[in-house]
Design a protein around this ligand. Structure first.
Ligand code: ADP
Ligand code: MG
Length: 729
């Protein structure tokens, strides 16, 4: 059985970097060449059509049939020049990947031949029979039809010889079946709520965008080693494997020189990304061996999310070409760092102001502080919702582990801003402030910019940190779509801003001056949300105790966390905020429970199989060697010498035998627990049973197997070991 392991190792050692074709032009000249973006629309569309589309992108207006027909014709002409034969609506079902169903442009013509055709109707809407996608009971198979509809705000692009049209995916009865629909709603709610607040400060603002810059971490594993690990193939993570004697202790991988084969892979996918208009900028080695990161320049959130989905796909495809496999799982290897996807998030106005960047004068700084305070308050009020949006089965292995943010939500602001907020809360009074008090406050606020930007003190342990001109939501998992996190965050902030507007307006109605009203509401929000602010070490035990005494929640159970989508608080944000209907929200929660159950179920099956069919036989084989050895000792030596020599070996045989029995017993128990869980009808309770009764076996069985790995002859161990997975190049 160890054949596969050793032949894989030999294969890896013989590999050379794959030669790639470098474009002869500079990046800026081929950037976006595979995207039907505005510059191309300007060339391929009639003038009025171009402006109609541009208006739809900028203002969210609807495109009529005539415009759609003209766009389709222009798109087809552009695509066919690139050799494109097919088109697909590209959408984000409730899995972590994207979906596509390709149709050729061909139609029958009158004389029985073929002609390439693509109408506005086909551009705008497609009806995939998508009954196999998770819908949480919204769609039964007898009413399986859903339809996809063009998202004008994200441009069409070409992959290979297929034109991909970003779309939303909804059921025939109008309910969202994807991530994009609620995301667009959340972004639009944020837009209107933030715009209203901006107008206190600047009447020229009529649009607010959310920006997102994600940082994608991943592991690369050689393809041969990957295929020698059924757990990686089927469960995306190693379910067993003793820690390597050396892994990341020396921090010698982080920011180290990038290995040659990896470099070729990175350059290759970056070139493809540029062609697709994804502005990837940063690449580096991460902390764990074979762990890397890529990050683009930030973009409008909807586009950034499409680009992240696209790049995850691209990473997988290009990795294969280079005989690697990419692991996007949050914790592919126990005991070393896992992978996250930091979401750098900010809000910007149509007038070009970053609302999370300190301004140049007291007025813009007050605006900045108002938005800052609203975000802090929003995280405070919606900590459970934000956690629910990121705490998936796979991410639960990472959150709260030694290198990743804990499952406690907190906000880091840095010393300076902490001081500013505390000062504001202290100085603002509910009585009328004297002119000199106001001047003092405003002067204090006016000073922010220079000091802050040099002072971007970093706190890597915070799940939600302010980093100078944006917040970094660090708890998002590397394999996840950014959409759930961005839906929760933007919807929450929209809800808080809406309340802020109501609160300020009601003071103004009572005769309080506008700036004083803003100060007073800010003060109240600062005081109400003070508990969520934390500047210390988020990984420490002390913080866990302190967070508890502050009344912050610390939920590590995935099913429990998922259930928080349905609290009154969350419904206020998501249902009253018009992001989901009750039915949509409930069905989504059901999908999340199901996903959790299935992931644990798959892991349990894979581990059971490996334990019984790979590990136990190998351990028995080695035990037989020891037994034979003991028998031979008995033949060769006299009684006294035999006792002295065989003692340790006999003990080893006994303890191995016990361990083998234990592994078999634990696997049998785990199967029993699965059976019991599977018949529970209520999906929430079934998920809880998987969490409480099945999941612990994964660790317990693994523990025994990892001990066996240290005992059994290396020559016969069937699976590549951690040191081989992480260090063979
Ligand atoms: P670090 O690892 O130091 O946090 P990176 O350079 O890896 O930083 O990534 C930072 C990300 O934040 C990039 O995607 C960058 O474009 C993005 N970013 C920078 N400014 C903003 C902003 N105002 N809003 C949103 N994202 C931003
Ligand atoms: Mg980074």
């Amino acid at each position: 059985m160890a054949d596969l392991r050793f032949s894989a190792l030999r294969e890896v050692l013989s590999r050379k970097p794959v030669e790639i074709k470098y474009p002869s032009e500079k990046v800026s000249s081929y950037f976006g060449e595979n995207v039907f973006d505005l510059p191309k629309m300007e060339i391929y569309l009639p003038r009025e059509t171009y402006y109609a589309v541009k208006h739809a992108i900028d203002r969210g207006s609807i495109i009529n049939r005539d415009v759609a027909d003209k766009v389709a014709a222009g798109m087809k002409a552009w695509a066919m020049e690139k050799g494109v034969t097919h088109y697909t609506h590209w959408f984000h079902p409730l899995t972590d990947t994207t979906a596509e169903k390709h149709d050729a442009f061909i139609e029958r013509n009158d004389s029985g031949g073929l002609v390439e055709s693509f109408s506005g109707a086909l551009l705008v809407q497609q009806e995939p029979d998508a009954s196999s996608f998770p819908s949480g009971g919204i769609r039964n198979t007898f009413e399986a039809r859903g339809y996809t509809a063009w998202d004008v705000s994200s441009p069409a692009f070409v992959v290979g010889r297929t034109l991909c049209i970003p779309t939303v995916f909804v059921s025939y009865t109008g309910e969202a079946l994807d991530y994009k629909t609620p995301l667009l709603k959340a972004l639009s709610e944020l837009d209107s709520a933030a715009t209203e607040v901006c107008r206190y400060f600047d009447k020229n603002v009529d649009r607010v965008y959310a920006n997102l810059g994600w940082e994608q971490e991943y592991f690369l594993i050689d393809e041969a080693l990957y295929f020698a690990r059924p757990d990686l193939v089927l469960a995306d993570r190693t379910l067993m494997g003793h820690q390597s004697s050396k892994d990341q202790q020396l921090a010698d991988h982080y920011f180290g020189s990038i290995p040659e084969r990896v470099m070729a892979f990175m350059e290759d996918f970056e070139i493809e990304s540029y062609r697709l208009g994804i502005p990837v900028k940063t690449r580096h080695n991460e902390v764990a061996p074979n762990q890397f990161e890529c990050a683009p320049i930030y973009e409008e959130a909807n586009l950034a999310i499409d680009h992240n989905q696209l790049i995850m796909d691209l990473l997988k495809k290009v990795a294969r070409k280079h005989k690697f496999r990419i692991l996007l799982h949050e914790k592919p290897f126990a005991g070393i760092n896992g992978s996250g996807k930091h979401n750098n998030w900010s809000m910007a106005t149509n007038t070009g102001v970053n609302l999370l960047s300190p301004g140049k004068n007291p007025k813009t700084n007050l605006q900045f502080l108002a938005f800052l305070v609203n975000v802090v308050k929003s995280v405070h009020d919606n900590q459970d919702l934000l956690r629910a949006s990121v705490l998936t089965e796979s991410n639960s292995h990472r959150l709260g582990a030694h290198e990743a943010p804990p499952a406690i939500m907190s906000v880091f602001l840095g010393t300076y801003l902490t001081g500013v907020l505390d000062n504001l809360a202290e100085k603002v009074t509910s009585r009328r402030m004297t002119p000199s008090e106001k001047t003092e406050l405003k002067l204090g606020i006016g000073k922010i910019p220079e000091i802050l930007l040099d002072n971007t003190d970093r706190n890597r342990t915070s799940p939600f940190a302010f980093t100078g001109n944006r917040f970094e939501f660090r708890a998002v998992g590397s394999s996840a779509s950014c959409a759930p996190a961005m839906i929760a965050l933007n919807a929450s902030v929209a809800a808080t801003l809406r309340n802020f507007k109501i609160d300020v307006d009601s003071l103004i109605e009572k005769g309080v001056k506008k700036d004083e009203a803003i100060f007073q509401v800010m003060k109240r929000y600062i005081v109400e949300s003070v508990n969520i602010r934390f500047e210390g070490d988020g990984y420490s035990e002390v913080w866990h105790r302190e967070a508890e005494s502050r009344g912050l929640t610390n939920i590590r159970s995935v099913p429990e966390s998922i259930s928080k989508y349905l609290t009154d608080k969350s419904r206020k944000v998501l249902v009253e905020g018009r992001i989901f209907t009750d039915r949509e929200l409930e069905s989504r929660v059901e999908v999340e429970y199901e996903k959790f159950i299935k992931k644990v179920q798959i892991e349990a099956r894979v581990l059971g199989d490996l334990a019984i069919n790979h590990i136990v036989p190998t351990a028995i084989q080695y035990m037989t060697v020891l037994l034979d050895n003991v028998k031979s000792l008995r033949e060769v030596f006299n009684e006294i010498e035999y006792e002295r020599l065989a003692g340790a070996r006999r003990e080893l045989i006994v303890s191995m035998s016990d361990q083998i029995s234990l592994v078999k017993k634990l696997v049998a128990e785990m199967i029993e627990e699965r059976k019991k869980a599977n018949i529970i009808v209520d999906v929430n309770e079934r998920a809880l049973a998987y969490e409480q009764n099945v999941r612990p076996y994964l660790d317990n069985i693994r523990y025994q197997i990892d001990k066996l790995e240290l005992i059994v002859d290396n020559e016969i161990w069937p699976l590549p070991k951690y040191r081989e997975l992480l260090f063979t190049r």
